[in-house]
Design a protein around this ligand. Structure first.
Ligand code: ZN
Length: 231
C-alpha cells in the first residue's frame, strides 16, 4: 500500500464500516493506513473548532453531573479544547507536518542508522485515553540523510492524532520511505495502552509491540542486527 502524501489536497476519506460498537466491543480495529478524516475536516478554523469543542465538552461534563460553576471546573472545557487542537490532536492537520530537509550523505556511511527510544504520547482512537510508548527507527541511506531530530518530529506528528498502534507504525514507515527515497526503513513501536491498563481488562504489565521492516530490513541478519542495537 502506498501512502499518499499528507497534504490538504489529497486527503483521503476512509469510510468506516458498518459494524456497531456492540459488534466490536473492546477489540481494536485497524481500517487502513490513512487516518479516517472527513472531507471537510478543515472547513472550520482552529478558533471555531476550539469554541465548538469547549461547548460540547461542557455538555459532557454537565451530563455526568459536574458543577461547571465550580472554580476548579469552569475553565476545563476551554482547556480541553485548546489541548485537543493545539497539542494532542495537532497531527491531524497537515499544516503541522514537520518540514524536512535532507542532506547529502557526505560521510559515505552505508550501514543502518538507528534512532532508538523516541518517547511519544498518543491517544487511542477507540477510547480517547493515552498510548505511551517508544519508537525505534532505522534506515539505510540511499544517498541522502535526514537530521536526527526530524526522525523524532515525524514520530511526534503522527502520534498527535487519535491512533491505533498499527497505523502509527505504518504511517511513520511509509512517510520515511517517501522522504528518504528508499524502502530500507524499519520502525518498531513498543507501547502501553491506558485503555488496557487503567480500565477494561486492567492489565498493567502488558505492552504492545508492532514493527515495519521495509526493503533490506526483511533480511534475518538485518533484523537481528537492529534488535541488538535496540535491546
Ligand atoms: Zn483503546
Amino acid at each position: 500500500m502506498k501512502l499518499e502524501h499528507d497534504t490538504l489536497a489529497d486527503l483521503d476519506i476512509t469510510k468506516l464500516d458498518t459494524l456497531s460498537i456492540d459488534d466490536i466491543g473492546d477489540d481494536h480495529m485497524y481500517t487502513g493506513l490513512q487516518t479516517p478524516l472527513k472531507e471537510d475536516a478543515f472547513k472550520l478554523t482552529n478558533t471555531e473548532k476550539k469554541e465548538k469543542i469547549a461547548t460540547l465538552f461542557s455538555e459532557i461534563m454537565d451530563v455526568i453531573g459536574l458543577d461547571l460553576t465550580d472554580d476548579s471546573l469552569s475553565g476545563t472545557p476551554k482547556r480541553v479544547a485548546k489541548m485537543y487542537i493545539d497539542e494532542i490532536f495537532s497531527g491531524l492537520d497537515p499544516r503541522n507536518k514537520p518540514k524536512i530537509a535532507l542532506f547529502d550523505n557526505k560521510y559515505r556511511y552505508d550501514q543502518m542508522l538507528v534512532e532508538k527510544n523516541i518517547t511519544f504520547y498518543s491517544n487511542c482512537e477507540h477510547h480517547f485515553v493515552p498510548i505511551i510508548g517508544k519508537a525505534h527507527i532505522a534506515y539505510i541511506s540511499s544517498g541522502k540523510v535526514i537530521g536526527l531530530s526530524k526522525l523524532n518530529r515525524i514520530v511526534q506528528y503522527y502520534a498527535k492524532r487519535p491512533q491505533v498502534q498499527e497505523r502509527l507504525t505504518n504511517q511513520i514507515a511509509e512517510d520515511l520511505k517517501a522522504i528518504l527515497g528508499t524502502d530500507d526503513v524499519a520502525v518498531i513501536i513498543d507501547a502501553k495502552h491506558l485503555c488496557v491498563s487503567s480500565r477494561g481488562v486492567k492489565d498493567d504489565t502488558s505492552a504492545t509491540v508492532t514493527s515495519y521492516y521495509g526493503g533490506s530490513f526483511n533480511e534475518t541478519a538485518k533484523i537481528s542486527e537492529l534488535h541488538n542495537y535496540i535491546n
